[in-house]
Design a protein around this ligand. Structure first.
Ligand code: UDP
Ligand code: MG
Length: 341
């Protein structure tokens, strides 16, 4: 990607402001997915509000209560009662962070949209810096973790392996060590809102739509309170979603593997027949038969599994269910479920 010529596309923030005022749209939309973050809500509200008031642009904060079983929604409702800029969508059950983000982005009306975690691991103070880059003309400003000291060794290595595989195997470039914390211009958001898939690997979708991107670095702090909702198993499934959503290479590898093994089998078959013709029947052979049967059986199961992964996802897509169901919404004229097209 060619280096950016400074000043080529400087955003006219005065015009953005005027347009926002005319349409009663905020300049900034913050999207906050929340699952059982009761104890974080007041802390988060205070810290984010401080930062946003300091910035001085108009804003809205859209919190998505992703089926919490604690008092998250009540806490958010209390804040909404005092400050109408804090809006809430409550899902009817837990749909997962990716879908919560999709819903938030769908309802955002700001000129710039920023997804942010509720646990303060995405420092709100970075928002000012993001805005600066946005005004310089970048459509996407990614916050990238400088080091991942807060993560365990297992999480760090598996994450870097994942980014390497994704980079090699798909033709979309995901920024390594960038979470969902990023600023997106409304053009980017409009493009994302048009993506119809149900399988929403957001980091991949963000990268897929493209646009001019800037990067700012930060050190990711520990979670302020509560605990992480992503265990190893959930992350594993998450990475499977990522890979299968953006490449069919595993299917092709299965095909090639089958081809190679079939060729080897044919060669071996010819050798066996020739040996039989020259030296006559040869009874021992238990080992080679067992090895062939077990190896081929195992391989077939693995390949069937790969096909199954894709088939299952295809099935989910073809059902065309809406992405989520809304139980309650505060601060919206009418909350919308994405249309089933
Ligand atoms: N989250 C959510 N739905 C889920 C899981 C998580 O909305 O099913 C939210 C969670 O409340 C938090 C953000 O997603 O605001 C990131 O989650 P977490 O901090 O647990 O992830 P980690 O930082 O450990 O990757
Ligand atoms: Mg976190």
């Amino acid at each position: 990607r060619p280096a950016k010529t400074p000043g080529a596309k400087v955003r006219d923030i005065a015009e953005e402001r005027a347009r926002s005022m005319l349409r009663e749209e905020p300049v900034l939309s913050l999207i906050v997915p929340m699952l059982n973050e009761e104890e974080m809500v007041p802390v988060f509200h205070e810290r984010l509000s401080d930062v946003l008031e300091g910035i001085g642009e108009t804003y809205e904060v859209i919190c998505i209560d992703d089926g919490s079983s604690d008092g998250t929604f009540e806490a958010l409702a209390a804040i909404h009662a005092r400050d109408r800029r804090w809006k809430t969508i409550r899902f009817s059950r837990n749909f997962g962070k990716e879908i919560a983000l999709s819903a938030g982005i769908k309802h955002a009306r700001g000129a710039a949209v920023i997804p942010i975690d509720a646990d303060l691991q995405d420092p709100p103070e970075l928002i000012a810096e993001m805005l600066e880059k946005w005004r310089e003309g970048y459509d996407v400003v990614c916050a990238v973790r400088r080091r991942r000291d807060e993560d365990t060794w297992l999480k760090k290595t598996s994450a870097s392996l994942f980014y390497r595989i994704m980079g090699r195997v798909t033709n979309i470039h995901m920024t390594p060590n960038a979470g969902d914390f990023r600023l997106m211009d409304r053009r980017v958001v409009a493009a994302i809102n048009r993506l119809p898939e149900r399988n929403r690997f957001m980091k991949g979708l963000f990268a897929w739509v493209g646009f001019e991107q800037a990067i700012i670095e930060y050190a990711r702090p520990q979670r302020a309170a509560g605990k992480s909702k992503f265990n190893f198993w959930r992350l594993w499934n998450f990475s499977l979603d990522g890979i299968t959503s953006f490449t069919t290479l595993p299917l092709r590898i299965s095909g090639y593997l089958g081809g190679v093994i079939a060729t080897l089998a044919m060669v071996y078959g010819v050798i066996l027949i020739a040996r039989h013709a020259i030296f006559g029947a040869d009874v021992p052979g238990y080992t080679s038969i067992m090895v062939a049967v077990l190896a081929l059986g195992g391989l077939q199961l693995v390949i069937l599994g790969v096909i199954g992964e894709y088939l299952g996802r295809l099935y989910t897509e073809t059902k065309r269910r809406p992405l989520y169901v809304i139980d309650a919404a505060l601060g919206f004229d009418e909350p919308t479920v994405p249309p089933v097209s």
